[in-house]
Design a protein around this ligand. Structure first.
Ligand code: ATP
Ligand code: MG
Length: 296
């Protein structure tokens, strides 16, 4: 293991739906690892960070217990552990990352008549998220319902007669549909979270360096560099169309007095409808370029 006190530990999912997005983010942060992903540890080359490669379920407790300084984990897993009271106040930093989005839903057999949460009164709900499910049932005043903990194959529980409903992660709904179930309620919208325990000294500095790189990646994710030519008198109208744009740079066009070049950074996604509006306002030679990195 890593017992050097100055190396920070970051726990990530070893393999799975979260792992791909996580390694992609680390790569965009300019971090490369010296070991193959099938070991327990990987050493980051550019910063004093050791990556712990674990099951996603273990990440919140590793961070809360101090075995790992930081972690990247699905909100569904993190909030379940927190709602179950297993983390205490030991994870002060929680930064949403905007990827690995999914929904935690309660689904019922299609023939069950459902119009409001009270219709779930007395039901047994098969789930691996008992704390989040029970919190939702309480908040919605559902009486007499209880959870049945299952670690997989929830969708067959109603047919087996061991539950009346399921609460599980839903992406397309295909699995539910194939098992005669339909979503009744979305109880939690999840995305990956960057979490961290309390740190000080050198470790706090390394964690902050990583957080700033992640922020830089996020900021540039939707941002575009837009260049276009425009009639000089349409510049204000054109600037108003561009989403979350900085003050544009206006450049002379050689040999043209009535037209200028406009360059600007848009901090939100630029959609086709906006480009069509720009055309109508007289813009031409419109270029929308990806931005690789951005520091404020
Ligand atoms: P492990 O072996 O690490 O325990 P797992 O089987 O529990 O893995 P995965 O299926 O790899 O978990 O999912 C990991 C996380 O990815 C989930 O907890 C959730 O946050 C997120 N996730 C799940 N399904 C989807 C999906 N369809 N789209 C995007 N993200 C998802
Ligand atoms: Mg898991």
């Amino acid at each position: 293991g890593s017992d050097q006190p100055d190396r920070l530990r970051l726990a990530v999912q070893k393999k799975g739906r979260l792992a791909d997005d996580t390694f992609d983010l680390l790569k965009k942060c300019g971090l490369t690892m010296s070991q193959s992903k099938n070991r327990l540890y990987a050493r980051v080359e550019q910063l004093p960070i050791d990556i712990l490669l674990v099951r996603d379920d273990d990440i919140p407790a590793l961070v809360a217990g101090g075995a790992s300084d930081l972690g990247i984990v699905g909100g569904n897993v993190f909030e379940e552990e927190r709602a179950a009271g297993r983390l205490g106040d030991n994870v002060p930093m929680v930064v949403p990352l905007g990827f690995s989005k999914c929904r935690l839903c309660i689904a019922l057999p299609k023939e069950t008549i459902y119009s409001a949460p009270k219709d779930m009164a007395g039901m047994r709900i098969a789930t691996s998220y008992p704390a989040l499910t029970e919190a939702w049932l309480n908040e919605n005043g559902v009486e007499g319902a209880r959870t049945v903990v299952m670690n997989g194959a929830h969708e067959i529980a109603p047919r087996l007669g061991v539950a009346d409903a399921v609460c599980d992660i839903v992406s397309t709904g295909g699995t539910l549909d194939a098992n005669g179930l339909a979503v009744a309620e979305t109880i939690y919208r999840s995305e990956a979270l960057f979490i961290g325990g309390p740190l000080d000294g050198r470790k706090a500095e390394i964690a902050e360096a990583l957080r700033l790189r992640i922020e830089g990646v996020q900021r540039s994710a939707d941002a575009k560099y837009v260049m276009l030519n425009a009639p000089r008198d349409a510049v204000d109208a054109i600037a108003a169309v561009l989403p979350a744009a900085d003050q544009p740079t206006i450049l002379e066009l050689a040999g043209q007095s009535d037209k200028v070049a406009v360059h600007t950074v848009c901090r939100e996604e630029v959609v086709w409808e906006q480009l069509e509006k720009l055309r109508k306002l007289g813009a031409s030679a419109i270029l929308v370029l990806d931005i690789d990195k951005m520091l404020a």
